[in-house]
Design a protein around this ligand. Sequence first.
Ligand code: NOJ
Length: 534
Amino acid sequence: MTQELTTPAAVQERTRPRTGWWRDAVIYQVYVRSFADGDGDGVGDLPGITARLPYVRELGADAVWLTPFYASPQADGGYDVADYRSVDPLFGTLSDADDLVREAHRLGLRVIVDVVPNHTSDQHPWFREALACGPARERYHFRPGRGESGQLPPNDWESVFGGPAWTRVADGAWYLHLFAPEQPDLNWDHREVREEFDSVLRFWLDLGVDGFRVDVAHGMVKAAGLPDIGAKEQAKLIGNQVLPFFDQDGVHEIHRHWRELLDGYEGERVAVAEAWAPSPERLALYVRPDELHQAFNFQFLTCPWDAERMRATVDASLAATGAVGAPTTWVLSNHDVVRHVTRYGGGGQGLRRARAAALFTLALPGSAYLYQGEELGLFEVTDLPDEVRQDPAFHRASGQDGFRDGCRVPMPWTADGPSLGFGAAAPWLPQPASWRGLCVASQSGDPHSTLELYRAALALRRELPGLGDGTMSWLPAPDGVLAFARPGFVCTLNTADHPVQLPLPGRPLLTSAAVEFGAAHASLPAESAAWWAI
Ligand code: NOJ
């Protein structure tokens, strides 16, 4: 499967040490369970990924981010870690992880792995010890209950996945879990917790990884006294306000310490925060020069398809990170949200908008995160049978929407086979029949395909010196159209549902839909973006 796609000189060029490689990196998110199944058990794994790395390289990404593959009972897709230093047998072995890192480096790709510091699995040795009472409980948040016999949770906090954020153990005490009960929150005031994560980070850095995606980077510190919030449906407040369990100022000290640790290694190792902060300004605190390198910018992901709102979001994102000297990141999809083809309306319209949004964000200053399958224009699978769903939120919060299995359906590689080339067995979640036409093999070489659009965009981004890190300026544009300039380059986005005429912005480089040209004018098709050389 491994093909020789790069010359040694090209590899050298791509891995050449340069300051701030992450500032304009395109990072491809691999959801490990769903990328490629190497051993034919229906679940994706590390050897499967290694064999498919040339695909990521050929797409034109700079790095891969792997979701957790550590030993875990999989109560939350691996975000419930039982052993931070071993690979779950479902995904392979430590030696497979080592092979993956080495092969990625050989191809000129960097590797970012997830670290999950807010909580462990309830099967982690520390939590098992804690259940037996005694000082081991201090590594977590155990409290007596309220009410006459302690029968009520210690406060009113709700789990992000629905229901109370507390579970009672046999002796009557309660423990805190902001996510599933199988994910008890760690107490970051405990010295051993801090020391243990230093050691875990070093373990993976020593193995050669290039950085970490920090899960719930805004959650490790809780407000003193764990005060009540008093509001119902707290999950809806996340990202809108500082909560006693999210975005507390105390988290920054931990990130500063981690930055020091990363800087102690050669090769510009980085960390990206998954932090749901209430404003771009508060998010920017995570990427101050002595903290983490990047934070996912979810503002654009949650922004509706509206030119003025999109422009305001871009401005606010760039201003906030610019004020602390950090690049911003552009994210349209990930394994926790509805795929953007579907968010943008689904069907032909969703795909049109998704292709346009990809060109628009890939032209903006900063770094971009791509979620596996978005380059194929995959849509959210909304009709999965209940019995195959695995998202713990589905079982805890029935009746709410936003379950995450629909964006985690395994990748289609070929138009046939038991799992469209994902592996030798039926996949852990069924793929829609219509994905045959969206598979990698069907789209490769078709100049109109979404895959070739992404490949062309990433190749141009690499070639054109004006793209990636740097500045931009808005150009005058008609209602519903956004246009911005970068050195030697213009990007236009027509959000309207009808074509719009513009004076020719330059020489066309790449378009998400067929643009018509006159001598001096261009007609931008409905819901399309275009790149122009000037
Ligand atoms: C964010 C992860 O992306 C998500 O998948 C997970 O459920 C929560 N953090 C809890 O770890």
